[in-house]
Write a protein that binds this ligand. Sequence first.
Ligand code: GLA
Ligand code: ZN
Length: 651
Amino acid sequence: MTYLGVDYYPEHWPEEMIDEDINGIKGLGANIVRIGEFAWHRMEPEEGRFDFSYFDGVMKKLKEAGLSVMFGTPTATFPAWLAKKHPSILSEDEQGQTRVFGGRRQYCFNSDKYKEYAARITRELVAHYKDEEAIISWQIDNEIGHEGSDLCYCDQCHQAFQKYLEKKYASIEELNETWGTIFWGQTYNDFSEIPHPKPTITTHNPSLKLEWARFRSYSINSFTHEMTEIVRECKGGHQTVTTNVSGGFFNKSFDHEENVEPMDFVSYDNYPVWGGLEKPVPRESIAMTHDFNRGLLDQNYWIVEELMGAQGHDVIGYLPRPDQAKMWSYQAFAHGCSNMLYFRWRGMTKGAEQFCFGVVDHDNVYGRKYKEVQSLFSSIKDHSRLLDAKIEADVAVLYDYDNIWSWRAQIQSKDFDFNEELLRLYRPFYQWNTAIDVIPAGRDFSGYKVVVVPVMQMMEQGLADRLHAFADRGGTVIFSYRTGLKDKDNNIRLGETLPGPVSKLVGARVEEIESLTKEHRLAIRGEEEWEGAAAYVSVWRDLLVAEEAEVLFRYTDTFYKQFAAVTRNRYGSGDVYYIGGGLDADTLKELVQPIIEKHGIFHVESEEDVEVYRRTSEEGSFLFVMNHGEEVRSFEDVELAPYESRIIKQE
Ligand code: GLA
Ligand code: ZN
């Protein structure tokens, strides 16, 4: 069965509206609602006085209506009385400014006091509803570490950071040696001297910055796991556990794979446009987020917040066009979302999110968006087996949070953006409509045909060895610039030519490097089968000297005509590409076509704006076809109206 529903906040409305709302929600064709994730005060109005009577009443009505429930543990928004009694729970920004009560998530992950209260409300709530048949799932907190809440610079965090380092390093001497604190005379005599990276003149030590990010991840994931443990301990056997991942996951200071590890499934909040954006993010970027979430536990996932209306706090922007939100929902189902809830039933009339529009607006009229959700629910509900089927991709795009944090510590090019550089190599495969897994580099990738390794500057020998073995057995590896520069302590290896641990694999060496901007259009010229082809790089360039490798593209500017920009090395029975700069999208699309064809990977050509995604199940093979644009488009002999989506059975 597929769960389809909405996020409902009964506590936001007059009690007498609940029956009407439940009928309206049922009228959508929904079979589930998510409730409670922000209702701590309603459950514990004063310290230690737990009162679930309000939600008991709501649960009774939802149950009678045959609706299932995902219940959120309300630790993202603590009560005012708690902040007043224990101001130490409040987090601090890097300027040392306390984040006052009044927003949300402004708690410190290292506050033992907060953990004590959060654990208690979680225990009381889950134990209270453990036998409630209608509650099928618990959502831990809400979008943990989102909106800047992943970083706190308070004294508790500073001391916990020093303890974290003392536990990790055998001695202060080992830390000094590893970090190279001899530089600028920063040698520490004791762990209690080590700062946390609040603003300073020039910049902090790269190893310190990396360890700070790792410490943030440890703090956030420990909190999440502690709360999850409590839910698992108290919940009923029929209830599952999840947490909702928010967008911008590569910009956060916690390892998401580790964060969701104890969950039964991942939930994601999909907002292709938010706040003041003038237009939605590019379709490949949305697709990548789905493939990332599916990759976290290597299984299909839920979307517990799918956008239907425009969203924003103090600023809003683009209005999703008719059928556009429905199309984004199809895209999500195509990429592995197996159950979906829309945010939110009705837009709130009071509070910070008056402009986060729902399925029903403030006028309480069941209008265009209501009908759009109704039509989506009725068209998707009969495809449960297809939606539950596992996606087998032949292409894997690897990422590693340590590597991401090492780039964030030193971006090197003023226009470097990790998301953009991962998308740069994801996009060409997406444009050929192939299935792509976006997975942590630690995951076993031996079963894929193509492994893509974007800007992996931090690389350990273990990963290098697995990539050697993969190529040797016939796989294709695609690297991009700055590969292999750093060790796990975020230091550069002395006496090693780049690309370091994968030099043999690449069959070329980096002679010099240059940081460029995104405005740069540095022309490069094709060789071999690319003879005469014109292309360009921006953001960065490695000047390569090909050794065993072939040169596919070479620079053209003064002094550098002899250097390669793109190489291909035959390694064992595999191929290894090295893209030495921010290569343009058109050339990348052409470059990957022969790779896809060589490996016999499923792909189709499609018109501009048209995305095609093949899914297979025991019922056969189906194509999800989505028109992401305002023009009428077609795929094979099917005409697609603006933002139209179809599921087509392949004969
Ligand atoms: C997030 C949150 C919700 C709400 C919406 C608004 O995803 O989880 O509580 O703030 O965004 O778009
Ligand atoms: Zn703190």
